[in-house]
Each structure stands twice: as C-alpha cells, then as structure tokens.
Design a protein around this ligand. Structure first.
Ligand code: SF4
Length: 367
C-alpha cells in the first residue's frame, strides 16, 4: 500500500561518526545503506558493469568489487567512472592495488587485517594517500582471516578476538591521524557475530558495516542475516549492511532491503535507478534518468523505476524494478516487473512511464 507514517524506532541509533562512501553517507544518523559485491571477474569490465547495472536497478547503494590481480586493478578506473553507485575496491594483500584503487577514483577501499600486517610499513602511506583523496577505508575483519597472534591468544575467533583485531587495525591508521574508517567484524555464526558487533559498538564510534560471512545458500543465508542484523539493528547498531548469499548478488539487495523495511528503518518511496551505461548504451542514460526523475517527481508511491541504456540487457538487468525503460535506436521498451509490455518512440518514454506508474499505484492501493 501507500507509505505509512514512520513508526517510533525500536531504539535510538548508536551515535557514530559519519563517513562518505562516494555520495552515500554512512554513519552519523544517515539512512542505513544496502550494499553487495559483484561476482564477475573485475577485469571483465563489461560483465562487471552489467552486474552493477543489475544491482543498481535492484536498489543497491554501494557496490564492492574484488581486486586480486593487476588486470583487476587496471579495470577499476573505468568501472568507478561508469558505475552510478559508489564502488569499493576489495583488496587483500597488495598495497599497490590500494594505491591503484585510490588513483582509479574508487569511493573506498576495503583492507583485510589478517594481511595488512605484511605491509605494516605501508599503513602510513595508505593513510596519507587515502586522506589526500578523501577516501574512507573499511577495516574488514573476519573469522577466517584473523591474525595468528589473536588466534593463539583466544584459541578461536571469539567476539573478543574479532573486536581486538579490528581495534588494533584501526590504531595502525589512527597513529597516522587517519580516522575515516568503517569496520566490519564478520563471523558465520550469528551468535558470535552479534556479540562481536555489540562489543565493537561500545568500544568505538566508527560506523559499522554489518555482515555474516559464508551465510550460505539463499534460504539459510537469508534467515541468518535477518536474525543477526535484526538483533543489532533493533538495538540501533549498524550503519550499512551486506547480506552474503550463495546466490546472485541482486538477491542480497532484495533481502537487505526487506530487512530494513521490516524494522521500519527504511520507508519505500519512489526510487529512480539507472544503469551505469556501458559499450551497449545507445542513449544518454544520465539525461534520460534526469527526465524520468523530473517527470515522476511528486509521486508518493513505493515504486522502483529503472532507466536502462540498452534493449539487449536492460529489462533483464532491471528484473527487480517495478517499472522501467530500456532505450535504444530512438525507441524505448517499457517494462513492468521485468517484462516488456510495449515499445514507444523516445519522445513518448517519459509520459508512458508516468501512465504505467499511475496504473501500478492504483493496483497497489486495490491490493
Ligand atoms: Fe546494462 Fe545495457 Fe546499461 Fe550496458 S547499456 S549497463 S548492458 S542496461
């Protein structure tokens, strides 16, 4: 139905400092963002951009891409430039890829503390370069890559071990005056994960990225994430979330969005999403997205409208959107719930979308 009046929140949000991941604020009372990670080989620029398009259409607000090789690092610049949502480079071992990601215009870099030690002497340089570029760092601790010293101290990846690792990692950056940080302490067991985030939340004021690692196939992973995130979010803990599923990444966005909506932490309204555009685009996607946004302005319906640059992949990539257009050859294919319902000349795209949006809004009210 129509958006309802916001409920009283279950708990006040934890006070955290705010960082900016590109244009998306994280922490400091900002709306909780939903993110995911691509599963393509990052160096395959078109495949990666297409998956980002699909994620964007699903409502993904921040996307992370793995960067395990030089070819991947080389692809970051074009991906960061073409993606319409901020791109975070996920880097495990090589400081040189961190620098490449910063130079490429990535919105943030994630580093793995289990490995960062190997380049201790470069933490200062990373802090300096990220600071100059205004790029935050996510310190991503997880059970599987916990520092050996802490594993020995605690015997296994306990909540204490995860938190100590994260705070130690932060201190390496803080020594150089760098505090543009968000943290995750992931574990595959929701009980350990919830305990770790509670401790971390009490011990620092950095914004927190919630995640359960290796959450599993869609059903199990959905339950685990919903339970763990739900427990923390209900206490006001968590600034951005990533559901990990062994399933297409757009599924992760669906689940993450639903978790936020379930807790009244997100109000669905009209949302215009557009593809990043790639070599296939035959229209100026940005311009069309602006026109569609202007045309639908003021409609208070919980609709996600996708604006896609080509008719080849557009409808498929926007399957999760309620309504959309895939443009090409002077025409626009109008689709509803991922199915093409008609094709109209480019000049009629905006008015047709408005018509269809009104129809959908009516259906929702009747339902
Ligand atoms: Fe996807 Fe087409 Fe947009 Fe390229 S132009 S990102 S293939 S919808």
């Amino acid at each position: 139905g129509m958006p309802s009046v916001p409920l009283e929140p279950l708990a006040p949000r934890r006070m955290s400092r705010r960082i900016m991941v590109g244009n998306v604020p994280v922490g400091g009372g900002a709306p909780i963002s939903v993110q995911s990670m691509t599963t393509t080989v990052t160096a395959d620029v078109n495949a990666t951009l297409q998956q980002i398009a699909q994620l964007t259409a699903s409502g993904c607000q921040i996307v992370r891409v793995a960067c395990p090789s030089q070819d991947d690092a080389d692809a970051l610049a074009i991906i960061a430039r073409k993606s319409q949502i901020p791109v975070i480079a996920d880097i495990h071992f090589q400081p040189k890829y961190v620098y490449a990601a910063i130079d490429a215009g990535c919105a943030a870099v994630r580093v793995n503390p289990g490995n960062i030690r190997q380049f201790d002497d470069q933490v200062k340089e990373i802090a300096k370069r990220a600071g100059e570029a205004g790029i935050p760092i996510r310190i991503g601790v997880n059970a599987g890559s916990l520092d050996r010293r802490l594993l020995e101290k605690y015997g296994r990846a306990t909540p204490e071990a995860l938190v100590e690792s994260a705070l130690w990692e932060c201190s390496l950056f803080e020594e150089h005056g760098f505090r543009d940080i968000k943290i995750s302490v992931k574990h595959n067991d929701p009980v350990v994960m919830v305990a770790a985030y509670r401790k971390l939340a009490a011990a620092c004021d950095y914004p927190l990225h919630l995640g359960v690692t290796e959450a599993g196939p869609a059903f199990q992973g959905t339950i685990k994430s919903a339970v763990a995130f739900g427990a923390l979010l209900a206490e006001g803990i968590g600034d951005t979330i990533r559901v990990s599923l062994s399933a297409p990444p757009a599924e992760e966005i669906k689940v993450g969005t639903q978790i936020l909506e379930s807790l009244g932490l997100r109000q669905r309204g009209l949302e215009i999403v557009s593809c990043p555009s790639c070599g296939r685009a035959q229209v100026d996607v940005y311009k069309l997205a602006e026109e569609v946004t202007a045309g639908l302005e003021g409609m208070e319906v919980p609709l996600r409208v996708a604006v896609m640059g080509c008719v080849v992949n557009g409808p498929g990539e926007a399957r999760e959107a309620d309504l959309g257009v895939a443009s090409g050859n002077g025409k626009g294919q109008i689709f509803v719930k991922g199915e093409v319902i008609k094709t109209v000349p480019e000049s009629k795209i905006v008015e047709t979308l408005i018509e269809e949006a009104l129809k959908l809004a009516e259906q929702m009210q009747d339902a």
